[in-house]
Design a protein around this ligand. Sequence first.
Ligand code: PBG
Length: 339
Amino acid sequence: MPANVTFKLDLPVRPRRLRRTATLRTLFEETVLRAEDFIAPLFVVDGKSAPEEISSMPGQFRLSIADLVKECRALWELGVKAVALFPKIDAKLKDVEGTEELNEDGLILRAVKAVKKALPELVVITDVALDPYTTHGHDGLLNAAGADVDNDRTVARLAAMAVRQARAGVDFVAPSDMMDGRVGAIRAALDTAGFTETGIIAYSVKFNSAYYGPFRDAVGSARAVGRKLLSKATYQLNPANRREALAEAVLDAAEGADILMVKPAGAYLDIIRDVRERLGKPLAAYQVSGEYAQIHAAARLGWLDLARTRHESLIAIKRAGADLILTYFAKDEAQALAK
Ligand code: PBG
């Protein structure tokens, strides 16, 4: 055939018609991110020190309460309507039983009060788990042999912890511990104490993931866990298990969780989709510290484009079926979306 003959396929269906121009591509965009989709996790420390950057999480800081309030205001102005607060407790205050958590004037409770006072409409979420407070770094209290967490003793403690947080004014408590029966126990304790309006975001499907590494640096629980006999494998889920993941989500919904959560997010998009399809509850997904760190690390090496990879990673989580995304990218992405 001569080179100047043009090929014409007899092709009535041409999907590329809808991708021809930027305008068309916008028209047919199926998944759209909004600043309101994000929940920003923030770390708070006691004292008046300047923000201290977390080395494995570029752009994330441990903030004094005053700086935390400023950061919350900046997020609110960008359209991010919810924050999840995590305390970095002074190592000197940690012990086996996490006694500092009982302190009615403890760091996280003061932080919640300060944020709610400055920004009453901002949705404030706190973690219900003991890892920031224990020398061993586990989310719960240990059994008599010290060989594992004691499920039922931990649940009783976490229910009381949730009530303390509710009293400080949080909108949602977020049990991240993975003990059996904790959502039901927390709901009952909140209701008994009169906090029927305080909601529960349950870390329903939390996997025993290597992606939590940078977070454990941030709150100082990494070394504690590494030194002890235990990993969190007796309570966090095996990353290989899909059926078990669904069973956990079903249980938390039945126990009264208002919002279910899958964590981590990026490596578990199938689980997000499963929970979305099987349960009618609002669904959150947590893009965890390691997901954030790996994108930043590759960007620093010049191997990935930060802004595009960030956006794509978040689009994927929403497309999989998450209504809300906990992400350390909340501020940067909200800023980019505002442009
Ligand atoms: C602990 C907790 C963890 C995270 C949130 N709450 C870590 C863990 O289970 O050790 C991880 C968050 C992240 O990696 O960004 N209760």
